[in-house]
Design a binder for this molecule. Structure first.
Ligand code: ZN
Length: 257
């Protein structure tokens, strides 16, 4: 039975320029892990498609313009890229997209919204799911989503106070490899058919997650995604195999595979 990492960034500098992915891909194959690697800007989106061409057995691609690059990239050129990639059947989803009010002030919100909403509209038109970053902007995202049809995934979701509203809006919640009480609360309140698991590699991992290390940030990788499954199974009183089965069904519903 497969593990699925619904969100990572395998083009990140910390993985080196290709050679260093060999052991990471080998560990994915060993652990039967698939991953959706996400772009964040033009060069990164191209890099995701190249990675999928190299490792089609374990990777699928999502492409998007995220809030960090919203101000500096050409939105029309990006939408044309998405159109071509979708026509070539290379997109599993649109992402990473979203709103961020942690790193960016409210004065940036208008441009962030333009970029976010154009991609939500593209996803709606093409029937592609959208994978959404919501840092310090969950309410802004959740108030925007009802204007757009389609499947919406809230990535790196640990906001227990927003979980009920997100579920009510029909969102999938993608839980990261970060141990926290909030994650336990969310797992207890969310039906398994609305959950996904992710690493957000190279982010989202501290030494000792699961083993008792010193808590420093370390480079994450997709084969670590089992840590989220290992938390869901006992918390929902289910067998690991049943969790894997349902998450695989969710993956098939959400992503164009
Ligand atoms: Zn991400």
């Amino acid at each position: 039975m497969r593990f699925i990492d619904a969100h990572c960034h395998l083009d990140h500098d910390s993985f080196g320029t290709g050679a260093d992915l060999t052991p990471i891909i080998a560990r994915m194959r060993q652990s039967n892990t698939m991953a959706i690697t996400h772009g964040t800007h033009a060069a990164s989106n191209k890099a995701q498609l190249d990675l999928v061409a190299r490792y089609p057995d374990v990777l699928r691609a999502a492409c998007g313009l995220d809030p960090f690059h919203a101000a500096n990239e050409d939105l029309d050129a990006h939408l044309a890229f998405l159109e071509a990639a979708h026509t070539a059947k290379k997109l599993a989803a649109i992402g990473e997209i979203g709103l961020d009010l942690h790193y960016f002030g409210p004065e940036t919100l208008a441009r962030q919204r333009d970029v976010f909403e154009a991609q939500l509209a593209f996803g709606e038109k093409k029937g592609l799911a959208c994978v959404i970053h919501t840092r310090k902007a969950v309410d802004e995202v959740l108030d925007t989503l009802p204007s757009f049809k389609g499947i919406h995934v809230l990535h790196f979701f640990l906001e227990k106070k927003h979980a009920a509203k997100a579920l009510e809006r029909g969102c999938y919640l993608s839980l990261p490899t970060v141990k926290s009480k909030d994650r336990t609360t969310i797992i207890k309140m969310a039906p398994l058919d609305r959950l996904l698991c992710e690493t957000d590699s190279p982010y989202g991992w501290k030494s000792g997650t699961g083993t008792g290390g010193d808590g420093k940030s370390e480079r994450n990788e997709p084969s670590n995604v089992h840590e989220v499954y290992d938390h869901i199974a006992p918390t929902q009183n289910k067998d690991l195999k049943d969790v894997q089965e349902q998450i695989a069904l969710n993956y098939g519903k959400v992503f164009q595979t």
